[in-house]
Design a protein around this ligand. Structure first.
Ligand code: ATR
Length: 273
């Protein structure tokens, strides 16, 4: 029997165990997935234990995504670029390889919703933290060519754009004033997570009604940002798909099959509505 885990602190609210165990059942895979509470000072011991006890792979969540790297043997390209890992695979040779599936999860979710024929469009990412960085690199990997990053602290947006070698960095006021030139807008700040009464990082007044607007937050499913965009006629994509697809890509690294993301998004949507 194969077994998998998610390590984090806190861990009790993680939806990953339910998601992966449901997929194992649906696909008749003899495996199980458990949550493990690991405090920062226990991380090294936890990794050794998972290895010793033969875990086939695991997910890594806050606060271990960066600090786990010294305990791994190899990293894939995106994990290396990000300096952060959310998925570990134990290879046949017993080596631990780290992946980062968050950014790709976002792109899969976006393209599941709108198709893959929009890669030439003008994309605006709002935010320049870890989440925004992952999305920017993944978009580039999938062939998106026009990527701008707007951030309150413009230096952080510039740093990503310099590394990405495409696109431009702007401040929030510039984003507000030039919003009508963007066709895909991605809310990737952490401001929505802090509390329920998230204020927009900037005014959406100039949003074009044909725009596609996405948010990385999935609880609530319809954020204030998406609600405002929808009222202006935009098509919206919530953050749940990103969560489900980052899990699906991890699942594929472990088991070489892509699970059913549509039915999982439906299932979790019912839970969150
Ligand atoms: P994560 O890993 O979730 O991306 P992070 O690395 O802490 O989190 O990044 C948080 C992002 O949200 C940053 O882009 C941050 O802007 P700054 O770089 O200027 O700090 C943005 N952010 C957080 N609170 C914000 C707010 N109230 N208004 C605008 N942007 C905010």
């Amino acid at each position: 029997k194969k077994w998998f885990a998610v390590i984090g602190d806190p861990i009790e609210h993680s939806k990953s165990p339910e998601m992966h165990n449901t997929w194992f059942e649906e696909m008749n895979i003899d495996a199980t997935y458990i949550p493990i509470h690991v405090k920062p000072e226990q991380l090294e011991e936890a990794v050794s234990s998972l290895k010793l006890l033969g875990a086939n792979g695991w997910n890594v969540t806050i606060p271990h995504k960066e600090t786990i790297i010294p305990f791994l043997d190899e990293l894939d390209e995106l994990a290396e670029k990000m300096g952060a890992v959310n998925t570990v695979v134990r290879t046949e040779q017993g080596k631990l390889k780290g992946y980062n599936t968050d950014g790709k999860g976002f792109v899969h979710s976006l393209e599941e919703a709108i198709g893959n024929q929009h890669r030439e469009k003008q994309v605006l990412i709002v935010g320049a933290g870890g989440a925004a960085r992952g999305i920017a690199f993944a978009l580039k990997q999938y062939g998106y060519k026009n990527i701008s990053i707007a951030n309150r602290t413009i230096g952080k947006a510039e740093a990503i754009i310099n590394e990405l070698e495409i696109g431009s960095a702007i401040n929030l006021l510039q984003a507000e004033q030039t919003l009508d030139s963007f066709e895909i807008i991605i809310q990737a700040t952490s401001a929505g997570l802090a509390n329920g009464d998230f204020q927009l990082p900037f005014s959406l007044e100039k949003l074009q009604p044909e725009a596609i607007v996405a948010d990385i937050v999935y609880n609530p499913l319809k954020t204030y940002f998406l609600n405002s965009a929808e009222k202006l006629g935009a098509r919206t994509v919530n953050g749940l798909g990103m969560f489900v697809h980052q899990g699906a890509i991890a699942f594929e690294h472990w088991l070489k099959q892509y699970p059913n993301t549509n039915s999982m998004i439906k299932r979790l949507t019912e839970r969150l509505e």
